[in-house]
Design a protein around this ligand. Structure first.
Ligand SMILES: Cc1cc2c(cc1C)N(C[C@H](O)[C@H](O)[C@H](O)COP(=O)(O)O)c1[nH]c(=O)[nH]c(=O)c1N2
Length: 216
């Protein structure tokens, strides 16, 4: 298949308009066929040795989400204390999850032993399986945006909360917990930038030609 400029522009639009969403979720349920499309997109991510190490746990039950929210609250309190003074005040004013408001939660795991001990492409860099599972996250994130669904990553959460609440085997690694739902509106700017926590770094500072350039 050859993509034309219209396809290209659609993809870039989706990339640039994707946001980490944790506020303004609507209670509107998400149809199962939409969820299936999202997971199919995630499942088509690249993976080292094609090991497809991910699994997806779908969470809709409000009681389950309330337990996960409790885990967030504990972790967030501990996290807030690591910042001082005004920075802590600003941290505490941020909305960093939408666990209970978003009607759908997805937990993504990584089975590092899937396909055996020796994996093509992972022999020298063992973390490649974890990176592969994160590729599935990004596919999910972009597919969600294409479906006009907001998605937010909640990493302010001890893994044990998810192992216990969701009955995940301890042999699996937890990649993340994600809140998904329709939203009132998508913001054009990341929340952390909007609320004065962190600005986007200029792209030219991130690009180096031929070798590392400390001047740029
Ligand atoms: C691995 C990882 C983990 C987290 C995040 C992202 C990623 C990649 N982000 C979202 C993060 O703050 C956000 O991506 C940036 O601020 C940029 O905003 P946009 O994603 O462009 O809207 C995030 N946001 C949040 O409110 N609570 C969280 O726990 C996390 N955790």
């Amino acid at each position: 298949m050859h993509f034309d400029a219209t396809h290209r522009d659609h993809l870039y639009n989706i990339i640039f308009n994707r946001r980490d969403v944790r506020r303004d979720f609507l209670p509107t349920p998400i149809d199962d066929d939409v969820i299936q499309r999202l997971l199919t997109a995630a499942h088509h991510a690249p993976s080292v040795g094609f090991m497809q190490p991910w699994d997806f746990i779908i969470i809709k039950n409000p009681e389950t989400r309330a337990k996960i929210k409790d885990g967030f609250l504990a972790a967030n309190e501990a996290s807030a204390k690591l910042f001082d003074g005004e920075r802590q005040t600003l941290y505490r004013s941020l909305k960093l999850e939408g666990i209970e408001e978003a009607p759908l939660g997805i937990c993504i795991t990584c089975d590092r032993s899937r396909t055996g001990n020796v994996v093509l492409g992972r022999t020298i860099k063992p973390e490649m399986d974890l990176f592969s599972a994160v590729c599935a996250v990004q596919n999910l994130w972009l597919a969600a945006r294409a479906e006009n669904l907001g998605m937010g990553w909640v990493s302010i959460l001890e893994d044990q909360v998810l192992y216990d609440t969701l009955g995940i085997p301890e042999s699996l690694d937890i990649i993340g917990y994600f809140c998904i739902g329709y939203v009132e509106a998508f913001q054009t700017t990341p929340d952390l930038e909007r609320y004065g926590w962190q600005d986007r770094r200029p792209l030219n500072e991130a690009i180096h030609y031929e070798k590392w350039n400390t001047d740029s």
